[in-house]
Design a protein around this ligand. Structure first.
Ligand SMILES: [Zn+2]
Length: 182
């Protein structure tokens, strides 16, 4: 085995690190650092730095882009979801108010949909959307002169709808956890 000096070893180390060194050079470096504590330290550092360069720079860049894209997509989905929910409430408000009780059975589905979009945050975001929609729908009805402002019924139906929606959210959440464990 050829003995090499520290200088030669240092010259060769980058080549070994980049896996472009010849078998002989690699053996010479390995042989040298098994005896030379100083060069071994430098070699280890080089190797760790090389690794961290790869891990911190190259791969995560593409992952970061993916992450950002996913985040944006999630946000868009959430806004779309809110718009859809508002749409549903407006649709429901067009049906006769005697069917309000029937409407409350649609709320668990909306709650479950909310879980899909917001996860456990749906437990308060969906009721918020329900209450706000309720106010907007009633306000529009009042301004058009087709409804009177009935705070009591607004509060009542807001609570009933919210309660049903939360039940839907909880069921969806439990199903989600149950399915994930299997
Ligand atoms: Zn050395």
């Amino acid at each position: 085995m050829t003995k090499i000096t520290c200088d030669i070893c240092m010259d060769l180390m980058p080549l070994v690190r980049d896996v472009v060194a010849s078998e002989d050079s690699k053996n010479a470096v390995m042989n040298h650092i098994s005896d030379c504590e100083d060069c071994k330290k430098i070699y280890d550092e080089m190797y760790i730095n090389n690794k961290s360069i790869i891990e911190d720079d190259d791969i995560p860049k593409s992952i970061n882009i993916d992450k950002v894209a996913k985040k944006v997509e999630k946000k868009i989905n959430k806004y779309l979801g809110m718009i859809i929910m508002f749409g549903i409430f407006f649709g429901l408000s067009l049906t006769a108010s005697e069917e309000m009780f029937l409407n409350s059975f649609i709320m668990p589905i909306i709650g479950a949909f909310g879980y899909y979009l917001f996860r456990w945050k749906a437990a308060y975001t969906v009721p918020c959307i329900i209450v706000i929609s309720n106010f907007i729908i009633n306000g529009i009805g009042f301004l058009r002169g087709v409804a009177h402002l009935d705070i009591m019924s607004m509060v009542m139906w807001g609570s009933v709808y919210s309660l049903f929606a939360i039940i839907g959210t909880i069921i969806a959440g439990l199903l989600h956890f149950g399915l994930r464990k299997e």
